[in-house]
Design a protein around this ligand. Structure first.
Ligand SMILES: Nc1ncnc2c1ncn2[C@@H]1O[C@H](COP(=O)(O)OP(=O)(O)O)[C@@H](O)[C@H]1O
Ligand SMILES: [Mg+2]
Length: 277
C-alpha cells in the first residue's frame, strides 16, 4: 500500500485505532452470494480501489451493481468471498468491534422511544460497556455541528426527515470513526431538503475531515460532493472508471451552474449509458 494515501496515527494509550482521515485499501474484493447454492449471485468481481485518507468518494453505477455490497464489506457486515480490505493499518473487523466505522443508511433507524441525545449516545454506551479506549466526540458539540442544538430532548417523530438524518449522522460520528460510509442517505428526503443536506454534509465533512464513501443515484449530487466519483459496471460490479472532480472548494450553489460542473456530470452520464448498454 502506498503510505502517502493513508494517514494513520494512534491515540495516546490506544493500541488499535486510528484518527480522522484514514485511507482505505481495497484489493481484489470479490463477493458471491450463496456460494455452493443452486443459484449463486456474483455481486462483485475483483474490485480494487485506493481511497486517500480524508477524501470524499462517491460510488455510482446501475442498480444492483454491488454498491451496498461493497459498503457492507468495508463495514465488516459481511466477509468478501475473495480479496482484502485495510482501513489504515487495521482490518475492518478490528474497527467494527471498536465502533469505529460510521454508517448512515437511507433510513435514520433511530430508536423511537429515546430522545435525540440518547439516540446519538447509544452506540457510545454500547461500546463503552466493552471497556474500549475509543476517543469520544463531545456530544453537545457534535449536535451543534450537525445543526441539532436545541433538539436534544425531542423524540425522533418530532423531527423532520432531514433532521432525523442529521441525528443519524451525529450517531455515526460519535465514536470518532476512522471512516464514514453513507448508503443513499438522502434518498428518502424531498428534493429541497436533500439539496440542503448536501451542503450541510460538505460543511460537516470540512469540519471533521473523515474519509467518506457515499453511494448515490444522483450524478449531480456525487459531483457536487466528491473529490472522486467511482463509476461501477453492471453486475457483477467492478470499477469502470474513476473521475477526478477538480471543482474548487468550498462549493456553492454557483458551483452547480458552472460550465465545468455541467460538463463533469455530462461526462459521467455518458459513461453510465455505456456501462448499461
Ligand atoms: N443477501 C443476498 N443474497 C443474494 N443476492 C444478493 C444479496 N444481497 C444482494 N444481492 C444481489 O447482489 C447484487 C448487488 O446488490 P447490492 O449490493 O444491493 O447492489 P446496489 O446497492 O448497487 O443496488 C444484486 O443483484 C442483488 O440482488
Ligand atoms: Mg444499494
Amino acid at each position: 500500500m502506498d503510505p502517502s494515501t493513508t494517514n494513520v496515527a494512534e491515540h495516546p494509550g490506544d493500541q488499535s485505532v486510528s484518527v480522522a482521515g484514514t485511507g482505505i485499501s481495497i484489493a481484489n474484493v470479490e463477493v458471491t452470494y450463496g456460494v455452493g447454492s443452486a443459484e449463486p449471485v456474483n455481486a462483485l468481481a475483483a474490485v480494487s480501489l485506493e481511497i486517500p485518507g480524508g477524501s470524499f468518494v462517491s460510488l455510482v453505477g446501475p442498480s444492483g451493481c454491488g454498491k451496498s455490497t461493497l459498503l457492507k464489506v468495508l463495514a465488516d457486515l459481511m466477509s468478501p468471498t475473495r480479496g482484502d480490505v485495510r482501513i489504515g493499518d487495521a482490518w475492518p473487523e478490528t474497527l467494527r468491534r471498536a465502533g469505529r466505522i460510521g454508517l448512515v443508511f437511507q433510513d435514520a433507524n433511530l430508536m423511537p422511544w429515546l430522545n435525540i441525545e440518547r439516540n446519538v449516545r447509544l452506540l457510545e454506551e454500547l461500546v463503552a460497556g466493552k471497556g474500549s479506549a475509543t476517543k469520544r466526540q463531545d456530544v453537545a458539540n457534535l449536535l451543534e455541528v450537525v445543526g441539532l442544538k436545541g433538539f436534544e430532548r425531542k423524540l425522533p417523530h418530532q423531527l423532520s426527515g432531514g433532521m432525523q438524518q442529521r441525528a443519524a449522522l451525529a450517531r455515526a460520528l460519535v465514536l470518532d470513526p476512522a471512516i464514514l460510509l453513507m448508503d443513499e442517505p438522502f434518498a428518502a428526503l424531498d428534493e429541497i431538503t436533500r439539496d440542503r443536506m448536501a451542503f450541510e454534509l460538505m460543511r460537516i465533512w470540512q469540519h471533521y475531515r473523515k474519509t467518506v464513501i457515499f453511494v448515490t443515484h444522483s450524478l449531480a449530487e456525487a459531483v457536487l460532493l466528491s473529490d472522486r466519483v467511482v463509476l461501477m459496471t453492471a453486475r457483477p460490479g467492478s470499477i469502470h472508471k474513476i473521475f477526478d472532480i477538480d471543482l474548487p472548494r468550498p462549493r456553492s450553489q454557483e458551483t452547480r451552474v458552472s460550465d465545468h460542473f455541467i460538463r463533469l456530470v455530462g461526462e459521467i452520464n455518458r459513461e453510465l449509458y455505456q456501462v448499461m448498454a
